[in-house]
Design a protein around this ligand. Structure first.
Ligand SMILES: [Zn+2]
Length: 214
């Protein structure tokens, strides 16, 4: 192999390794957890005592069971789900607010079942889950399986319209090096419709928006 290619390969590996190695390093505590644009990821951690003050129950027609989100996000989700319903779709919340302790138990279970490396791709460590903000929602469609949401007719509607209600696909395909998580077609995050529109149109992540456009 010519020397130049070896160097290019080396640089690619170095860059990739660098971004992956930064996850869960230099962790910053989150000072404004009530901010609608709060960034919670592998480098930004919520306090173990943080519980949103305005958690509100989602109308049971749009949730799998009793599920809570922050008031503004809950109102927006109900509007989204109601609109989808009027078009013949079924978009139901399966997981919304999760406490610090619940996330800890969930992650520990994942590690036990799948090992540390895979668990870190799919599940957040305690304090690092967006679900603790009350602004995130996992959904399922008419095939009634969140894991298979991408195969449901609701998915393409959601991809094209979620931003109109203030939601973004939080962990898109091919963005794992930025978000730290594998592609999750079912996980949406409320950011308000102005920011959601920009993120949708520019095809970027919340991390990229906050770094370059806010
Ligand atoms: Zn989720």
């Amino acid at each position: 192999m010519p020397k130049i290619y070896i160097w290019i390969l080396f640089l690619i590996l170095l860059m990739k390794g660098d971004s992956i190695m930064n996850f869960y390093k230099n962790i910053e505590p989150i000072h404004h957890p009530n901010d609608i644009l709060v960034l919670v990821n592998k480098n930004h951690k919520l306090d173990k005592n943080y519980v949103p003050k305005d958690l509100t129950k989602i109308d049971i027609s749009y949730a799998f069971e009793d599920k809570f989100m922050r008031k503004e996000a809950k109102d927006a989700f109900e509007k989204l789900s109601m609109t989808a319903k009027s078009l013949g779709y079924r978009i139901v919340a399966t997981s919304t607010y999760r406490s610090y302790e619940y996330q800890e138990a969930l992650y520990t279970q994942y590690v036990k079942e799948k090992g540390l490396e895979y668990a870190d791709l799919c599940s957040a460590r305690k304090g690092h889950s967006e679900h603790q903000t009350g602004l995130a929602v996992d959904v399922e469609g008419s095939n009634q399986d969140y894991d298979e949401f991408e195969k449901s007719p609701e998915f393409s509607w959601m991809i094209n319209h979620a931003h109109e209600f203030g939601f973004i696909l939080r962990y898109p395909k091919n963005k794992t090096n930025i978000t730290g998580f594998k592609y999750e077609p079912w996980h949406y995050r409320y950011v308000g419709h102005e920011v959601a529109k920009i993120i949708f149109e520019k095809n970027i992540t919340l991390e990229e928006y906050l770094k370059n456009f806010s």
